[in-house]
Design a protein around this ligand. Structure first.
Ligand code: HEM
Length: 142
């Protein structure tokens, strides 16, 4: 499956539901990072500055919400190629020099795709998410 125009609209609509009010964004964010660190414990060392040793600390909570906010922008612009490109370039710069191995991105994808269905229930298209996540991750990796 590809992140084509219709797939982008589907992912965007499903994200709007997962990330809207009524869901607890802090819990959503926490669950993603717990699932990430369970898979790749060594990745915690990348997050010293934002207190990665304690995901419930205010520093890490704020970090986790910044990441979700950045992800929200990428998803929201999936149907506006120029704005999406600008956001992915921006996210690429924010990760520059951090030496994030590909398997950390894979683990982040697994974590996100594991946690999302709890927010979305039955109406969720895993293949669509997989394809569009790959597109976004590719842009961030540069
Ligand atoms: C920081 C987004 C994946 C590691 C950030 C920031 C955003 C962001 C918005 C904050 C930048 C700032 O305010 O300076 C994303 C998105 C991702 C993603 C949307 C995936 C789609 C990853 C992955 C890793 C990672 C897979 C490694 C496991 C980091 C690190 C920081 C960071 C180390 C800096 C933390 C600090 O402030 O010290 N990310 N990120 N990111 N991200 Fe990501």
């Amino acid at each position: 499956s590809e992140c084509d125009v219709l797939t982008r609209l589907k992912v965007k609509a499903q994200w709007r539901r997962a990330y809207s009010h009524g869901h607890n964004r802090e819990d959503f964010a926490q669950a993603i990072w717990r699932a990430l660190f369970a898979q790749v414990p060594d990745s915690r060392t990348l997050f010293k500055r934002v207190h990665g040793h304690d995901t419930t600390s205010p520093e890490f909570q704020a970090h986790a919400l910044r990441v979700l906010a950045g992800f929200d922008i990428a998803i929201s612009t999936l149907d506006q190629p120029d704005a999406l490109k600008a956001e992915l370039d921006h996210l690429e710069k924010q990760h520059e020099g951090r030496h994030i191995p590909d398997n950390y991105f894979d683990a982040f994808k697994t974590a996100l795709l594991h946690v999302l269905p709890a927010q979305l229930g039955r109406c969720w298209d895993k293949d669509a998410w997989s394809a569009c996540f790959d597109h976004i991750a590719h842009g961030i990796k540069g």
